[in-house]
Design a protein around this ligand. Structure first.
Ligand code: GLC
Length: 434
């Protein structure tokens, strides 16, 4: 009897370990990739003031619906989009299958408010993911939990029908909306082959995870796509239960890897290139490619990813400013990709104003994101370094032992990188440890 019990308990333990191991492997591609493309595209690109235009401009349902009768992006070229992402070094894509406006960019079986009923007529989601898959880019679906158009979604302050404080909606039945949401998710995860990632958006402070019955929805998702990664937005609160596989801070760079329930979690920050997600005709506040590269380095240095957004216009073109930024980022990645992909946070503290990523116990990449003022002082590395080189040309960086040591702590190492570095671009030093 006792021996059977022991065997049973050991088996249980092994199974648990197996599950945990599988879970870890499931995220490996995500943590290796570090850089993805977010695409916000829908009929809101016609009024061209971002994806919240119906809400902010008080557009009536009828007028907004009318946009669908005009949507016909004649210049849409998914092969070109996929090449832009590939050349920029992006290894996954997240596409808006449906945003809060309720319009489906795929051939939904459960609504007429969809791409195949526009003059364009084809399933854009399918065209897009085929082109990205051909470039070996992993596929993610953004799907909005919020739906401003479904007659049974319950409005709140972030809904066109609830923004003025209306709270009584007796004719609405949340069960019917939830059923619709589940069917939509089921179709997306059944009809489009392997989907690598699902980005639910979002649970505001006016809602809770029970709105979507988060646990049940997650079960459905994992049963259809066991390997899929799901983001954290099925719930506003992240504790005590964390629904999903990774965290999604937004247009911000955290100061450290997020910790939830006492554990480090995988994470990705999503970022706009200008100040909008959906296409905005007059928003020209584009960030420089160096700012984007610096953000990517920041994320990688803390075990996180950067999901960088493009907002194509109503013709189906990615704004030329975004294309240029992506080309410049791609140039940098071609040179320095090894300092980003498959790297993790270093256990050492970088000099102030610099970042470290690390490949294994023996290699650290020192990212010079600011122009150099003089020598650099590396904490904790005195006596540990075999060699430091400039990645540009493999030239060796002198370790300074003859002068200035009076300012150093015992563990600090002073080095003298050439001052021409990081004037225009972001250069990288490779530190090989003993
Ligand atoms: C913000 C925007 C939303 C966008 C999302 C991406 O929450 O309001 O429209 O899709 O960011 O994370």
């Amino acid at each position: 009897m006792e021996i059977f019990l022991k065997i049973f308990l050991i088996n249980q333990l092994l199974n648990k370990k197996q599950v945990l191991k599988k879970m870890k492997n499931k995220s490996k591609w995500f943590n290796d990739a570090r850089f993805g493309m977010f695409i916000h595209w829908g009929i809101y690109s016609i009024p061209a003031q971002g994806e919240w235009v119906r809400f902010f401009n008080d557009i009536s349902k009828e007028d907004y619906d009318n946009l669908a009768t005009k949507f016909n992006p004649g210049k849409f070229n998914p092969v070109q989009w996929a090449k832009i992402a590939k050349n920029a070094g992006m290894l996954y894509v997240v596409f808006t299958t449906k945003h809060s406006d309720g319009f489906c960019m795929y051939d939904s079986k459960y609504t007429d408010f969809k791409i195949t009923n526009t003059p364009y007529g084809k399933d854009i989601t399918r065209e897009l993911i085929e082109a990205f898959r051909a470039e070996n880019i992993k596929i993610g679906f953004y799907h909005s939990l919020v739906d401003w158009r479904h007659p049974h979604y319950i409005p709140d302050m972030e809904h066109p029908d609830g923004k003025n404080g209306e709270t009584s909606f007796p004719d609405r039945d949340l069960n019917i909306y939830r059923d619709y949401l589940y069917k939509q998710v089921e179709q997306l995860l059944t009809d489009y082959g392997k989907i690598d990632l699902l980005f639910f958006d979002y649970t505001s402070k006016y809602k809770t995870s029970s709105e979507w019955k988060a646990e049940k929805l997650l079960k459905l998702v994992y049963s259809l796509q066991p390997e899929i990664l799901v983001n954290d937005r099925l719930s506003y609160e992240k504790t005590p239960i964390f629904y999903g596989d990774y965290c999604t801070p937004e247009i911000s760079l955290p100061n450290q890897q997020p910790i939830i329930n006492g554990k480090f979690v995988d994470w990705e920050t999503c970022m706009t290139m200008n100040d909008n997600w959906g296409y905005h005709a007059t928003d020209k506040a584009f960030k420089s490619s160096n700012t984007i590269i610096r953000s990517l380095i920041h994320c990688a240095s803390m075990n996180g990813n950067l999901l960088l957004n493009v907002g194509p216009d109503a013709l189906g073109e990615i704004p030329s400013e975004s294309i240029k930024i992506l080309e410049e980022v791609g140039e940098w990645i071609k040179k320095y990709g090894e300092t980003i992909y498959q790297t993790h946070a270093s256990k050492y503290t970088p000099p102030v104003g610099c970042y470290y990523t690390s490949k294994n116990e023996k290699t650290i990449y020192l990212h010079l994101v600011n122009p150099l003022m003089g020598d650099l002082i590396l904490p904790e590395l005195n006596g540990k370094v075999k060699r430091i080189t400039v990645m540009n040309d493999d030239s060796e960086v002198p370790l300074i032992t003859f002068w200035g040591t009076e300012l150093l702590k015992n563990d600090e190492l002073r080095i003298r990188p050439p001052k021409y570095l990081s004037k225009q671009t972001i250069d990288v030093l490779k530190i090989e440890l003993k």
